[in-house]
Each structure stands twice: as C-alpha cells, then as structure tokens.
Write a new protein. Structure first.
Length: 76
C-alpha cells in the first residue's frame, strides 16, 4: 500500500478499513480499531461505516474525521 496525497494505492483486490487505519497510523492494534470506528466520524462512499472489516476496493472513497481518501489499484 502506498499513499500519494489523498489517494491510497493498494495491491490486490481490496484492503479492509482496519488495514487502512493502521496504514494511516491512526491505530496500532485490532482493539484500537474496534474503538476507533465507533468513536470517530467515518463514511464509506457517503454512508456512515462502523465495520473495521469493511472491504475497500478500487474507486471507493472513505472519509475519516473529515479527511477524504480515495482507494486506487496500484499498477505495480
């Protein structure tokens, strides 16, 4: 996974919301993920999301506390 601005480039078909939170250094453990998703404002393609296992695929947009991230497939 790599980041360029607000775009997150993934290898493979998908990542989970929990993996994104760890990549962004917002959490360190699975326990922190559980607490984070229920105590922060997270939307997935404009809809509220509280599942850390939610699969994020190419073209999806995730907003975390007002910060927008666009999921893209890496060409590498």
């Amino acid at each position: 996974m790599t980041r360029k601005g607000s775009s997150i480039y993934i290898k493979g078909e998908y990542i989970t919301l929990g993996q994104l939170l760890k990549f962004l250094d917002l959490v360190q453990t699975g326990g922190e993920e559980k607490l984070f998703v229920v105590t922060h404002d997270i939307t997935f393609n404009g809809e509220p999301e509280e599942r850390r296992g939610k699969k994020l695929r190419d073209g999806d947009e995730v907003t975390i506390d007002g910060e927008l991230y666009k999921i893209c497939t890496s060409n590498e």
